[in-house]
Design a protein around this ligand. Structure first.
Ligand SMILES: Cc1ncc(COP(=O)(O)O)c(C=O)c1O
Length: 350
């Protein structure tokens, strides 16, 4: 028996369509599309009408271009492989004014977008006058402007308001250039769900919501995002231990009372993040606590109703990535990126 990683391609398309039908979307597909798989994700999103894709590395950008000659492929990180980017018609994000100054000649003929650094302090121009200087350079093909918010998912501070105002100030300073730009984008899933598309923006730049996860739980209905991934394992053994006895390496679990443990064929080696251990699994519709997580096994405390061969659900419509995120386990991308898909039996719902 092997743990199973189930990808629901149909839902992925429907999920993307539920967003793209309302707002033009640049799909974030970095890290092998949040580990869903780049080609399959591209296929689902393209079916949903998405025609713009963004990633952080050239290798993935080139793959995207090989899938379709008409889409916009945006490279989010700086890159100096100018010939390759030109050949594969990749739009480069310009990370700073000094990058522009250094590579002015190489940038000729390449499509670029200008990034505003803002409060994330990761990449980007720090003031609009320098952005205007690049927009005024007729030899540089600027097709868009973007920024990335640091606090769109954070409701504990008022810093999001400040970063929105910084950005809207930049757009205001560059008003006269906006009509000629096809891509003006800043909003991730949380920002779009909270605010709708902001004025003067052409697209959102969505990640988690496209993959079937609410960016935050709040009062958002479950139907907003139907989960596209399920993970199951199997009960491969039942072990009874007496009160005071231990199980796992270095007595990872000591039973307070006589306890039945189900040994399940999944662990952190398959990519379960360690904090998943703090939340239950479901077997035959009942929830049971994980007591020990090992590389390829979980020990789950069960009752007499559980049998060898039963299916153990780790993620499904009821055990949702976004609910776990809300309860502190880690973001959707952290939970997804960790999965070692090679170790699973993979099932595709098409
Ligand atoms: C630059 C950029 N834009 C947009 C997103 C999408 O964010 P979310 O998944 O919260 O929609 C990401 C996610 O990592 C990102 O790095």
């Amino acid at each position: 028996m092997t743990a199973t990683f189930i990808r629901n391609h149909r839902r992925l398309t429907e999920q993307a369509l539920s967003i793209q039908s309302k707002v033009d979307t640049i799909a974030i597909v970095k890290n092998d599309a949040y580990n869903f798989g780049l080609f399959d994700t591209f296929t689902a999103f393209h079916k949903a009408g998405i025609r713009a894709f963004a990633t952080t590395n050239l290798k993935e950008a080139k793959k995207l271009r090989s899938y379709d000659s008409d889409i916009m492929v945006l490279l989010l990180d700086p890159c100096t492989e100018f010939e390759e980017m030109r050949e594969h018609e990749i739009t480069l994000s310009l990370p700073s004014y000094s990058f522009y100054q250094q590579y002015k000649d190489e940038l000729k003929g390449l499509s670029v977008q200008l990034v505003f650094r803002n409060d994330l302090n990761r990449l980007g121009f720090t003031d609009s006058s320098k952005m205007a200087a690049v927009l005024d350079d007729a030899s540089i093909k600027v097709n868009g402007l973007w920024t990335h918010f640091a606090y769109a998912d954070d409701f504990q501070t008022n810093r999001h308001e400040k970063e929105i105002n910084n950005w809207l100030g930049v757009l205001n300073d560059l008003t006269s250039y906006l009509p000629r730009l096809s891509y003006i984008h800043a909003q991730n899933s949380a920002s779009y769900i909270t605010n709708g598309l902001m004025a003067n923006h052409t697209h959102i730049r969505g990640g988690v919501i496209l993959y079937g996860t609410r960016p935050y739980v709040g009062n958002l209905d479950l139907s907003l995002a139907r989960q596209t991934v399920e993970v199951t394992a199997n009960v491969i053994e039942l072990t009874d231990i007496k009160a005071g006895e231990s199980a796992g390496y270095s007595a990872a679990f000591t039973a307070k009372a006589d306890t039945r443990l189900a040994v399940c064929d999944i662990g952190y080696g398959n990519g379960l993040i360690l904090s998943r251990k703090d939340f239950p699994v479901s077997i035959n519709g009942n929830h049971y606590p994980i007591r020990v997580m090992m590389m390829s096994h979980l020990l789950v405390e069960v009752d007499q109703s559980v049998s060898i061969g039963d299916t153990v659900n780790l993620y499904n419509d009821e055990l949702r990535f976004d609910e776990f995120t809300e309860r502190g386990i880690g973001s959707f991308s952290q939970q997804m990126a960790a999965f070692n898909k090679e170790t699973f039996t993979q099932v595709d719902i098409t």
